[in-house]
Write a protein that binds this ligand. Structure first.
Ligand code: HEM
Length: 130
């Protein structure tokens, strides 16, 4: 007899897997790199955003229920602690959330899931800001 198959799609699947996640993550960093509305956020990052494009996409893949390669490569790494040494204020946190919301909308991420993710990101970013 066949094993029962889950019919509930994971967020990773709804996001379009690795390709879908790479699309809106790249849009996020393109917006950060080009729109003056995100200048404070851009200034906090290294000139080369390529490592961040790979790292955020990898993190979000595992976090949303996909391959956990990023977590295997970064054992024990906590996203909140990783931001603990950064000076993140309300402005930076709001810019992060606004850029991500726009990136997901521009890439036509499923609106219900995007709404849930925006709420989760706002909670994380709010806790990272001081
Ligand atoms: C509160 C707003 C946030 C700000 C201002 C911020 C800023 C930053 C900065 C400046 C870096 C280092 C970049 C570099 O080295 O060029 C970073 C790394 C990173 N951030 Fe954020 N971040 C924020 C929120 C978030 C959230 C909510 C997530 C996850 C959903 C996230 C995921 C990451 C990841 C995966 C890395 C790379 C860690 C690594 O590879 O070591 N960030 N962030």
């Amino acid at each position: 007899m066949n094993e029962p198959q889950s019919v509930v799609a994971s967020p990773y699947e709804v996001l379009g897997g690795a390709d879908g996640i790479a699309r809106f993550v790249n849009r996020f960093y393109d917006l950060m790199d080009s729109d003056p509305a995100f200048a404070t956020l851009r200034a906090m990052h290294e000139p080369d955003l390529a490592p961040m494009r790979a790292s955020l996409a990898g993190f979000l893949s595992g976090w949303s229920g996909g391959p956990r390669t990023w977590f295997d490569q970064n054992p024990g790494k906590c996203m909140m602690s990783a931001h603990g040494a950064l000076k993140i204020d309300r402005d930076g946190a709001e810019q992060w959330c606004a850029a991500m919301a726009r990136a997901m909308a521009d890439c036509e991420v499923d609106a219900t899931l995007a709404g849930r993710l925006n709420e989760a990101f706002a909670r994380m970013a709010g806790a990272m800001a001081r």
